[in-house]
Design a protein around this ligand. Structure first.
Ligand code: SAH
Length: 319
């Protein structure tokens, strides 16, 4: 999954295959930018502060966020340093183009970020990290591997939970768990907060969520590795536990629809529709898609990992 994902993002424009929230509506990045600005104030306005995005895709979220920050809170714009964590050279180019003359530092991974208070945004980043799958057979777990283009199973000595029905599939995303633990330590030591938006159930459970998409259609993940988008559900409960064990406070996961509405997303989308009547219909349809429970409003969720000294976090107040 790791190699297929890296090959895919390196060689193709993933946005032919699927549409993400920042590509559907500029109000998404604008609201997240203002969330970052309010969070910066709650942190005591540190200067400098890192504004980090993991897996920034085409750079749209960051471009929309910076534009909103520029307009609404120029002090924050002056204090922030943009750092993008992106492995794909092709997408780095797209990000540089999109972000124009903003000063940006790119990183292969989070380990090279400078030490400073941080506000992090990540949308549909964790779902791209590789999972391992285990299957319950009798009293033990088997691990699923790929060999000769097929799934095979091998007995495993992985220590997983003991009670599981026959044939149950357990997914473990070690890269995402390590990331959450790192984040938990970082914000506790240096200050800050991270907003992780992705899709998956609220509770840890069993099931095969590995999926591949080509041109908006589901496709067998083994058919064309490296040429299709391959992802898995994010286990928010496990991420929150990993970040919490590292010292951080977590909020959520909150359904994306609820979170966005609390940030004033619908008001902003309606304003954009009024400002540009020609695209009003598309604006409102996108806003509906991002927030409606039967579309992306419920399956997508927002989880915040933050410094325990940060008492209130916009959007999560009543959660
Ligand atoms: N956040 C964007 C893009 C989501 S697609 C949006 O919402 O539109 C996933 C992004 O994560 C791509 O930019 C991809 O290149 C990047 N990515 C995938 N695996 C990565 C890894 N291990 N490290 C850093 N970036 C990664």
């Amino acid at each position: 999954m790791a190699r297929a994902g890296a090959a895919y993002y390196a060689a193709r424009d993933p946005f032919h295959d699927f549409a993400t929230s920042p590509e559907l509506s500029q109000a998404f990045g604008e609201c997240l930018g203002l969330w970052a600005a309010v969070t910066w104030q709650a942190m005591g306005r540190p200067d400098p502060v890192l504004l980090v995005e993991c897996g920034p895709g085409r750079g749209s979220l960051m471009a929309d966020a910076l534009r909103a920050i520029d307009e609404m809170m120029p002090d924050f714009r002056a204090a922030l340093r943009v750092h993008l964590v992106e492995t794909s050279p092709r997408l780095r180019e797209a990000q540089a183009l999109r972000l124009g003359d903003a000063a940006i530092t790119w990183h292969e991974d989070i380990t090279t970020l400078p030490t400073a208070p941080m506000i992090m945004l990540a949308n549909e980043f964790l779902d791209a990290l590789p999972i391992r799958q285990f299957i319950r057979r009798g009293a033990i777990w088997y691990e699923r591997f790929v060999a000769d283009g097929m799934f095979i199973e091998m007995p495993s000595d992985a220590v997983l939970q003991e009670e599981a029905p026959e044939g149950a599939i357990k997914e473990v995303n070690e890269a995402a768990l390590d990331f959450a633990a790192w984040l938990g330590r970082w914000v506790t030591l240096h200050g800050g907060a991270a907003l992780l938006i992705d899709y998956g159930p609220g509770q840890t459970g069993f099931g095969d969520s590995l999926q591949a998409i080509r041109a908006g259609q589901p496709i067998d993940p083994l058919t064309s590795p490296g040429q299709v988008d391959i992802t898995a559900h994010v286990d928010f409960a496990a991420l929150a536990a990993a970040a919490g064990a590292a010292g951080a406070v977590t909020h959520g996961p909150l359904p994306q629809g609820v979170f966005l509405q609390r940030l004033g997303f619908m008001t902003r989308a309606a304003m954009l529709a009024r400002l540009a009547p020609a695209s009003a219909q598309a604006q409102l349809a996108a806003a509906h898609r991002l927030t409606a429970p039967e579309a992306m409003g419920r399956l997508f969720k927002a989880l915040a990992v933050c410094d325990p000294r940060l008492l209130i976090l916009a959007g999560f107040e009543a959660a």
